[in-house]
Design a protein around this ligand. Structure first.
Ligand SMILES: [Zn+2]
Length: 286
């Protein structure tokens, strides 16, 4: 049985991000483990969601467990850090946060889970942290560092956006980054103002700049057909009731999200993607 390890920063990143892919593999017998960087404790939630929970961490852990059950994950593990807000937010860098933790410490903890779970493939955030969240970027960097520590891999980011390996002393699991496809996003930022939506102030806290995100091109090496898992992904996303976008009520936003739901996109970093290689449709060389 193959094992897939997903390393993302917050409870909800697994469902809102590659949820269809995780469900697809889990439903086909792959052991899919989620290693979550934090419990999302500094996120803002509407107080009505806190009913029955001691605090935000407990609420969001319960939401994650609901999603994990829906996606049929084999296990949920925590790196044990606290989360932070978007770049420049108050409280970022406080003691105990992923943001403030030394990179090698985070990398060592990740390497420990790799040792324990022996994954065949790993998924984490891309170098832009998807939409720029500092916790996502930190986990991306720490995962690359874990490969350096454990497999002696020296990375090089090529000017074309693909990763190459300069040296290595042991075989390593396949490594993928989640990628937000930019084509539809570029269209969205052009038409959002027509619907009186500001693409530079998007999200629950209006701190996501879609114009900037659309400019972050990451080459897509892998496209997974998740159309048959769209309902499972939606059900897992619904578990994260405290984290729904207020703009999800907007018809345009709903339409764009739905258009994006049939496929999920990744950039393969290891083994390095060779120029001219065709688009992959699976994570295990399948
Ligand atoms: Zn996140």
């Amino acid at each position: 049985m193959a094992t897939l390890l997903v390393i993302l920063a917050h409870p909800d990143d697994e469902s809102f991000g590659p949820g269809g892919t995780l469900a697809k593999y889990a439903y086909h017998g792959t052991a899919v483990h989620y290693l979550c960087g934090t419990r999302g404790e500094s996120g803002t939630v509407d107080v009505r969601h806190l009913n029955g929970y001691a605090d935000v961490a407990e609420l969001r852990t319960a939401e994650l467990m609901c999603a994990a059950k829906t996606l049929r994950l084999a296990g949920v593990h925590f790196l044990g850090y606290r989360d932070s807000g978007m770049a420049g937010a108050v409280g970022n860098g406080a003691p105990g946060t992923l943001h403030a933790a030394p990179l090698d410490e985070v990398a060592e903890r990740i390497a420990g889970f790799i040792e324990q779970l022996q994954p065949d493939a790993i998924i984490t955030h891309d170098q832009y942290g998807g939409y720029g969240h500092p916790d996502h970027i930190k986990l991306h960097q720490a995962t690359l560092r874990a490969y350096e520590l454990r497999y002696g891999i020296t990375w090089k980011l090529e000017p074309n956006g693909l990763w190459s390996v300069l040296g290595q002393n042991a075989p390593a699991p396949r490594l993928y980054f989640t990628v937000i496809p930019k084509r539809l996003l570029k269209l969205a930022v052009r038409i959002m103002p027509l619907f009186r939506l500001d693409p530079r102030r998007f999200g629950r806290n209006q701190d996501i700049d879609l114009v900037q995100i659309a400019s972050w091109d990451v080459p897509i090496t892998t496209r997974i057909d998740t159309r048959r898992y769209a309902r499972i992904k939606q059900a897992a996303s619904d578990c994260h009731a405290s984290q729904q976008l207020p703009t999800a009520r907007n018809r345009l936003v709903r339409f764009l999200f739905r258009r994006n739901q049939g496929f999920e996109y990744f950039a393969r970093a290891y083994p390095p993607y060779r120029r001219g290689e065709k688009l992959e449709t699976g994570l295990f060389g399948d």
